[in-house]
Design a protein around this ligand. Structure first.
Ligand SMILES: NC(=O)c1ccc[n+]([C@@H]2O[C@H](COP(=O)([O-])OP(=O)(O)OC[C@H]3O[C@@H](n4cnc5c(N)ncnc54)[C@H](OP(=O)(O)O)[C@@H]3O)[C@@H](O)[C@H]2O)c1
Length: 275
């Protein structure tokens, strides 16, 4: 199937992507995802999945130019020289000449000047090592600062988002700046699969809870979820979300599921002050 796309500042990003954290040696899995129709693969140096993603791309037979590939530079490597080395190592492990999006994975915890990191990010783009740049896990104040300091336009924020987490402020901000919101942990790592409200809405639409959660994200125009799965049946199911719509009332009932303790990725000492 053809996945619809979103565009921002010249970047065209598939509405659903494929996450690869915790998948490790994932060549076969990524090849399966690409054969099923996924055209955005999300990886990171930190996940240890870059080599597998590279293998998966080659195994799949899908042309490189048809794939949107995202990787990230970890918080340990935000000094300019470390950053450049990390990018080169990522390209080598992925066995590609460029990625489509290069993101700063988490903000610095070592007071490395953001200007230095943004300079290194922009340089990777100017050198053709990435087509687009962005950030992950930045709060609004940090994104604002990053946009001011980066000589190249940021196209995306990647951050956690699912029905148990209220991201209304960040979403409104991204919308105002024309940024695509790549939603990670879109299935809350499975925590909502027994939710009675989601279950009822899923039954009413003849869909699964995972599909309803993804559809809820997709109906918030700028959101591009990146679910991860190693089960081909689940992979296919998560792509099969473009043939139904949630009503306004269903959307509202799902917004109401947000919880103060809904956040999953919140590493102590590394997470910024969330909005
Ligand atoms: N930037 C960051 O800091 C950051 C942080 C976290 C995640 N991420 C990215 O976001 C991706 C997704 O987040 P995540 O991996 O943490 O969690 P997730 O996608 O919310 O949840 C993954 C879990 O959902 C299950 N699943 C997937 N599709 C399903 C379906 N259709 N039906 C039922 N179960 C399904 C998977 O099990 P099966 O394998 O059995 O299907 C897996 O256990 C990551 O892989 C990574 O690429 C980025």
């Amino acid at each position: 199937m053809m996945v619809p796309e979103l565009s921002a500042h010249g970047a065209v990003i598939p509405r659903i992507g494929f996450g690869t954290s915790q998948l490790g040696d994932c060549g076969e899995i990524v090849a399966t995802a690409l054969k099923l129709g996924y055209r955005h693969v999300d990886t990171a140096w930190k996940y240890g999945s870059e080599q597998g993603v590279g293998e998966g791309i080659r195994l799949s037979g899908v042309p490189r130019k048809d794939i949107f590939l995202t990787t990230k530079v970890s918080h340990e490597y935000l000094r300019a020289a470390d950053f450049a080395r990390s990018v080169d190592e990522s390209l080598k492990r992925l066995q590609v000449d460029y990625v489509d999006a290069l993101l700063v994975h988490w903000p610095t915890i070592d007071n490395i000047p953001l200007a230095e990191t943004m300079g290194a990010l922009a340089k990777a783009k100017r050198e053709g090592k990435t087509r687009h740049v962005g950030v992950a896990n930045f709060n609004i104040a940090l994104i604002e600062e990053a946009m001011r300091l980066c000589p190249e336009p940021l196209v995306t924020l990647q951050a956690e988002y699912h029905p148990y987490l209220d991201q209304s402020k960040v979403l409104a901000y991204c919308r105002s700046k024309g940024l695509i919101f790549m939603a990670y942990c879109p299935l809350a790592r499975g925590r909502m699969f027994n939710d009675p409200v989601l279950s009822e809405i899923a039954r009413g639409n003849g869909k699964t809870i995972a599909q309803v959660a993804l559809r809820w994200l997709l109906q918030q125009e700028i959101v591009a979820p990146i679910p991860r799965s190693s089960n081909p049946r689940h992979m296919a199911e998560s792509l099969d979300v473009f043939n139904f719509s949630l009503t306004d009332d269903e959307m509202k009932r799902i917004y109401a599921l947000k919880r103060p303790d809904g956040r999953i990725a919140n590493p102590a000492g590394r997470a910024p002050e969330w909005d």
